[in-house]
Design a protein around this ligand. Structure first.
Ligand code: URA
Length: 269
């Protein structure tokens, strides 16, 4: 068993079903017990139409359409707008704009390739991240690393990982609206500096913060969103997947959509 197969097994995503007589598609995976679906190339289509959530059996065969009806409400604060990486890191480390800094050990800025094509955005540091100063280093981080490997990515290599809030919310509660509003400009500036080709928002907090929405995760999944001209795909937060492993197949569906979106766009980069 190779490493990718082992990881797909861990994600409850094995076996990969392949159509006879065609090259093995890396991204088409059947849910356990699901019928084998024929392969179809899936173009990414820019349109304002919104694709409603569909059953998994048809979703991989449909064009991915861009949701353009919302733009993020928050714009980078002018005092963050011109900062370079070093200045931004310094600014974040000194930030006391909300009450979270008083209760955390250190700020957790982000990690990875500062020119990455792929940006993964979580919610905020947990206890492990607070102690180590790096995002996604606990159990949820291990799962995120495996999700990356499953789509042939690797932490730090063409991948950047950041959070909406840079300080640990006490007791691992969700950051509140004020905390998100105070911290979001830092993430927005990180995105401006990275210029990712694709953003994957992990969970409801990251998705709503980036899209300027207050929507359910279910209503946001399965659509190609737009963050200021950058495609954005919504999937489950790895911590949720640890609690609800039966949802991992849906997360895999989101990741295949992300891969398809990236692959389809890479020709025109
Ligand atoms: N959960 C997050 O959203 N971010 C982390 O860095 C760790 C856990």
């Amino acid at each position: 068993m190779d490493r990718r197969e082992a990881i797909l097994r861990e994600l409850n995503l094995y076996p990969l079903w392949k159509r006879r007589g065609t090259p093995a598609p890396a991204q088409h995976v059947a849910e356990p017990g699901a019928a084998i679906q024929p392969e179809a190339p899936v173009p990414v289509t820019a349109t304002s139409a919104v694709r409603e959530p569909e059953s998994r059996s048809t979703a991989l065969e449909q064009p991915v359409k861009v949701e353009t009806s919302h733009v993020p409400a928050v714009v980078p604060r002018s005092d963050v707008a011109g900062l370079d990486w070093a200045e931004l890191k310094q600014r974040v480390s000194k930030c006391t704009a909300c009450k979270l800094r008083a209760g955390c050990t250190q700020t957790v800025f982000g990690v990875g390739d500062e020119h990455a094509d792929w940006l993964f955005v979580g919610e905020g540091p947990g206890a492990d991240e607070d102690a180590l100063g790096e995002p996604f280093v606990g159990q949820a981080g291990k799962l995120l690393d495996n999700m990356l490997i499953a789509i042939k990515l690797k932490r730090g290599k063409n991948v950047y990982i950041a959070n909406v809030v840079k300080c640990r919310p006490p007791g691992n509660r969700n950051p509140d609206a004020e905390e998100i509003a105070a911290c979001l400009p830092y993430l927005q500036r990180q995105i401006e500096l990275i210029k990712p080709k694709l953003i994957v928002a992990l969970g409801k907090v990251a998705s709503n913060a980036l899209l300027g929405r207050d929507a359910t995760l279910a209503s946001l999944r399965g659509k190609l969103h737009d963050y200021r001209g950058t495609p954005l795909i919504v999937t489950y937060h790895p911590a949720y997947l640890l609690r609800s492993p039966s949802e991992k197949a849906k997360a895999w569906h989101d990741l295949t959509m992300a891969m398809r979106t990236r692959n389809d766009a890479s020709g025109s980069d």
